[in-house]
Write a protein that binds this ligand. Structure first.
Ligand code: ADP
Ligand code: MG
Length: 395
């Protein structure tokens, strides 16, 4: 059943803010300028700015998928999940998030810092911009989440309570289907360029399906930490000296490697785009981001490790093995996410904005990278970079 609650409209936003004293103190609603900017697949997003330049953003979950419309009902409880992620992650990683101004649960409205002086990272990479340090910032954010929400950083019974509260079957099902199944099983809603039909078919081997099964199992059973869950470059905003992860409605207790994998998969896509556009300099820089992200994650995680709550068995040897496994799993999860951007339901503008011919070349390079990441099972960020580099150079 579709839930009913009042949806915001631009003309009603000032009155809404006035009705919440905590928000009314942040902007002058008598001079408020409100713009609905939601470019995402799911929700309403209102940027509100007053005449003196103070602002805030309201994000309201719709009871359906925006990309498709009311014919695909979808739980607005995803806003509860996003609020939980901001609240929990904000305790130890506030500098990597928008400041969170609170949640109106009955109407599924989140209030947060206005980040319009930032850019969505995906757009910046697509345009060939460089934002030095953003990949490292995201690595550190993931490390803090990995440590402070897991058995490493908190007492076991508390982890179980948090994991139970964060269970999110509807959101997880989307990832399980779109990322971890359909690129390899085929599906009615998959689509791809005609030129990529053979490449798409080449993903549907028994071996690759079994690899997808392995990863789907890991995603669905390995409740390690309160991961972001959808940390692609469209969920990160950048500005010089500032990197913020937002849109965390897919959060749940899952494998840490998944949060490292999504940025990696986007670096693969950006490399493919740079190659067909002849943007050698930008491509050479993007190549460095795989290791930049991993190295920052690892360094931050190691720096937190002395605080591990149960060092009896989570010892130094265990730490080395956990890091190695996480790096390997990140490579494999990155492959599934890259695959779905070429053949699945939701593609990315990084490639879709290319002309037909270069778009097919880039798409093929990504698919070849995907297959090698899944079949060769690289161990390190450097190996992932090398495979992606080789495959985009072949195009
Ligand atoms: P969805 O869940 O629908 O994908 P997002 O949280 O990704 O919604 O927001 C959609 C878009 O709205 C973002 O891509 C960004 O352009 C804009 N946006 C979201 N949050 C903010 C913010 N705090 N400040 C400025 N712009 C924002
Ligand atoms: Mg989004």
């Amino acid at each position: 059943m579709t839930e009913s609650y009042e949806l915001l409209e631009p003309e009603k936003v000032a009155a809404y803010i006035d009705s919440r004293a905590d928000l009314a103190a942040r902007v002058d609603t008598s001079t408020l300028d409100v713009t609905e900017v939601g470019d995402g697949n799911l929700n309403l997003v209102f940027v509100c700015k007053d005449a003196s330049g103070r602002g805030l953003v309201l994000k309201q979950a719709l009871p359906y998928v925006r990309l498709v419309g009311p014919s695909w009902p979808f739980t607005p409880k995803r806003a509860v999940a996003e609020a939980r992620a901001y609240e929990v992650h904000g305790r130890f990683a506030a500098e990597y998030l928008p400041e969170f101004y609170g949640f109106d649960e009955p109407r599924y409205i989140l209030a947060m810092e206005d980040l319009t002086d930032h850019r969505v990272w995906r757009g910046a990479l697509t345009d060939g911009e460089r934002h030095d340090g953003a990949a490292a910032d995201i690595g550190r954010y993931v490390a803090r989440v990995a440590f402070h929400t897991s058995l490493f950083g908190i007492e076991a019974k508390a982890v179980k309570e948090l994991a139970a509260a964060a269970i999110s079957p509807e959101l997880c099902e989307i990832t399980e289907d779109l990322v971890l199944t359909e690129p390899f099983s085929g599906a009615e809603r998959n689509w791809f360029q005609d030129e990529l039909a053979a490449a798409a078919a080449s993903l549907q081997t028994d071996e690759l399906k079994a690899r997808a099964g392995e990863l789907k199992w890991a995603f669905m059973t390995r409740a390690e930490a309160l991961i972001h869950g959808d940390l692609h470059t469209g969920s990160v905003m950048v500005r010089d000296g500032s990197t913020r992860a937002f849109d965390s409605e897919f959060t749940f207790y899952g494998p840490v490697a998944f949060d490292l994998a999504l940025p990696w998969s986007n670096f693969i896509v950006t490399l493919a785009r740079d190659a067909v556009l002849g943007r050698a300099e930008h491509g050479a820089w993007v190549e460095t981001l795989f290791e930049e992200l991993w190295d920052a994650f690892e360094a931050e995680f190691r720096s937190l490790w002395p605080g591990v709550v149960d060092p009896r068995v989570f010892n130094e040897l265990y730490l080395e093995r956990w890091l190695a496994q996480t790096q390997r799993d990140a490579a494999a999860f990155a492959a599934t996410e890259a695959a779905r951007r070429i053949v699945g339901l939701a593609h990315v503008p990084d490639l879709e904005t290319l002309d037909v011919e270069p778009r097919a070349v880039a798409g093929r390079a990504v698919i070849e990278t995907v297959k090698r990441l899944l079949l060769d099972r690289p161990d390190t960020a450097g190996e992932v970079r090398a495979i992606a580099r080789e495959e985009v150079a072949r195009g």
